[in-house]
Design a protein around this ligand. Structure first.
Ligand code: HEM
Length: 287
């Protein structure tokens, strides 16, 4: 009986073709599946982003502009030299700077060239305006004190009230709010840096940095907030802060307080004014 069934098995095996025998998935099939998935992914990316098949991911090594810029080496310009790259000279690229880093934004000519909606940012480091939104009066690099844009209106400024003038709860509240505001400033700058590095899809890229002595900015008095930023400040958050006291952010705010104390020290102010006059430092509006 067993012998008979073995015979039948052998018979049926010999009747099959080779491909029918090979019921598993071969290497070629795996490649086909991967290629199909990649294709689907590219199509999905194109439909979602509108123009990119890689979900807007464009590493620097596939961007010829960046490769060329890296080969040329960094562009190093003073604030005054940077001015000529504001798009008014068509034979030059359009540069803007953010927090001292220079970016090529020629691809955004429509936006940054003269007559464009954001020409005010071209040819200069206008970091302060990116945070306050006061494009006209704040198109300068000095963004000290700008965190107050995000500090609620019921927090007294370090210049107006020292720590001793405040209760422990008020002090904690101030530290907490200034700490959060400093983080907001960092986030805003990081966001625009991403845009200008071309990481959000635009063909912009980093080319170099502004050569300036940070002391020259430090020497000038801290600007008050522009009217629009002052108006935008949030309302009180006092009741919600108690649980945050002595957090990590509080330490950062403490640093800000020390900076204000240093900068509002009358002796330092006098010394700074003398040094600025001696160095022929121009006011920001004169640059
Ligand atoms: C702090 C406030 C603001 C800053 C720093 C800012 C900055 C900028 C920058 C740098 C660009 C160009 C981005 C690029 O190169 O792709 C831009 C584009 C744009 N912004 Fe603003 N912006 C602000 C507020 C506003 C507000 C309040 C509006 C709306 C009323 C607005 C509307 C636009 C529009 C429509 C564009 C696209 C322009 C175009 O492609 O022609 N922005 N913004």
């Amino acid at each position: 009986m067993a012998e008979a069934s073995e015979k039948t098995d052998r018979k049926s095996n010999s009747g099959r073709t080779k491909s029918e025998d090979n019921t598993g998935i071969g290497i070629i099939d795996i490649f086909r599946i991967i290629a199909g998935l990649l294709l689907l992914n590219c199509i999905a990316s194109y439909f979602v982003t509108g123009d990119s098949v890689t979900w807007n991911y464009r590493p620097w090594w596939i961007r010829p502009n960046i490769l060329a810029a890296r080969l040329r080496g960094p562009v190093i310009l003073t604030d005054n030299e940077l001015l000529q790259y504001d798009g008014s000279n068509e034979s030059l690229p359009i540069y803007l700077a953010l927090n001292g880093t220079i970016f090529d934004v020629t691809a955004g000519q429509r936006i940054y060239a003269p007559g464009g909606p954001y020409n005010v940012f071209a040819g200069r480091d206008a970091t302060r305006a990116y945070i306050t939104g006061c494009f006209k009066e704040d198109s300068i690099a000095d963004y000290r004190g700008v965190e107050w844009t995000f500090v609620p209106t019921d927090v007294p400024h370090f210049v107006d009230k020292s720590d001793e003038d405040l209760s422990e709860a008020e002090r904690g509240y101030r530290y907490e709010m200034v700490g959060l505001a400093l983080e907001e400033v960092d986030k805003t700058i990081a966001h625009w840096q991403k845009v200008f590095r071309g990481e959000t899809g635009k063909d912009y890229f980093e080319v170099g940095y502004v050569q300036r002595d940070p002391k020259l900015i430090d020497m000038q008095p801290i600007r008050p907030l522009c009217t629009a930023a002052e108006k935008k400040r949030p309302k009180s958050k006092f009741d919600k802060t108690k649980k945050y006291l002595r957090s990590e952010r509080t330490k950062r705010a403490k640093k800000a307080q020390l900076e204000y104390t240093r900068l509002t020290n009358p002796a330092l102010k006098e010394e700074a004014e003398k040094a600025a006059a001696g160095a022929g430092v121009k006011g920001h509006d004169e640059i």
